[in-house]
Ligand binder design. Structure first.
Ligand SMILES: [Zn+2]
Ligand SMILES: [Zn+2]
Length: 361
């Protein structure tokens, strides 16, 4: 099979032929329909000089951790996942710790290597996944479901963490309308009555936010605080979802929220915030998030299968995976890029105009 593999840190990955793997005990072999690509892949490919200790990455490794496809085969000890069943792949927790017991497998401290982060990932024709990470789907095409597992789920979980502030008459500020932020705008409009203010510096990102139902658009610039407060009707906002996480975006969040508000920092922009008396209104909270739970992914799949959200996806063939990453790095992807095995891409490209494939040769 073909696979897009990282052979050495800080070297570009290469598309190579390799044997299709066999599922071992507790594993499932998934035939890949599509794999969404992510800023974390760019960090892995360009910034890391060795494996973070908890991921135990040994190179070479196939990239890709946002996977949709079909069950191809199950390994020993795996039952109930019949071949041909469409599915997505999510983080498999250890199943034994307190966080897993509470249903928060995304905060499991012992989850170990996962596809694309320690195990070979989804930029390939087939991928192995722990059976505990498989979530069957029904109506959605699996390539369309792939970005729900990371971009969608991370946004959905962050929204859940601020949900008690999303009340009628309230407003939420979404900072950064990229792969995750565009999901957030759509999900907020689908599940809450709150007014959505989208902020980005890229006019195309704001156009996308408008199409997805954002109530107010703010072009990031010099007077962001005033623009956000004006969009909120002259009142502070009730919640902020910061998909950038840089020093200036966290500062903007802190100066636009009101008492008892919640700021969820999702982006890994490494921004700093100095907590001091009155640096936040009384009762305001700043929280971090990571991914989302298996239960939340099931809810999000339901939302998509009901037609309540329809993420903007740009398909690329696996043979042009490098172009997909280059486009993401240069800020040329509006929505989420999904890389698909060439045969599946060709079938999609021949199936009609509304799939508008990216990655033209
Ligand atoms: Zn990711
Ligand atoms: Zn656990």
């Amino acid at each position: 099979m073909q696979a897009y593999r990282l052979f050495a840190w800080k070297q570009p990955p290469r598309l190579v032929e390799m044997p299709t793997p066999e599922p071992g005990p507790g594993q499932v072999l998934v035939k890949v329909a599509g794999n969404g690509i992510c800023q974390s892949d760019l960090h892995l490919m360009h910034d890391w000089e060795s494996s973070p200790p908890h991921l135990q990455i040994r190179l070479p490794m196939t990239i890709g951790h946002e996977i949709g496809g079909w069950i191809e085969a199950s390994g020993p000890g795996v039952a109930g996942l019949e071949p041909g069943r469409p599915c997505v792949v999510t983080l498999a927790g250890c199943g034994h710790c307190r966080f897993c017991a509470e249903g928060w497998n995304n905060y499991c401290a012992a989850s170990g290597p996962q596809p694309g982060m320690g195990m070979d990932g989804g930029l390939a024709e087939y991928v192995l996944a722990p059976a505990a990470g498989i979530v069957p789907i029904d109506k959605l095409e699996p390539w369309r479901a792939a970005p729900l597992t990371d971009a969608g789920l991370t946004a959905y979980h962050a929204i859940g963490r601020v949900a008690n502030r999303l009340v009628p008459g309230g407003s939420v500020l979404v900072i950064g309308v990229g792969g995750l932020g565009h999901m957030a705008v759509m999900i907020l409009k689908a599940v809450s009555p709150v007014s959505v203010i989208a902020l980005d510096r890229d006019p195309r990102a704001l156009e996308l936010a408008a199409r997805l139902g954002a109530d107010h658009l703010v072009t990031a610039g010099d007077r962001d605080r005033e623009a956000v407060l004006a969009a909120a009707g002259g009142r502070p906002v009730d919640a902020v979802l910061d998909f950038v996480g840089a020093g200036n975006t966290i500062a903007l969040a802190a100066e636009t929220v009101g008492p008892l508000s919640k700021i969820a920092i999702v982006g890994r922009g490494s921004g700093a915030f100095a907590l001091a008396d009155r640096s936040l209104p009384y009762g305001a909270e700043i929280i971090t998030t990571f991914g989302g739970s298996r239960r939340e992914l099931m809810e999000l799949v339901e939302l998509a299968e009901a037609g309540k959200i329809s993420p903007q996806l740009i398909p690329y063939p696996l043979s042009r995976a490098a172009a997909a990453f280059a486009d993401l790095k240069q800020g040329r992807v509006s929505g989420r890029a999904v890389v698909m095995p060439d045969k599946i891409y060709q079938a999609l490209a021949g199936s009609g105009p509304d799939n508008s494939p990216g990655g033209n040769p």
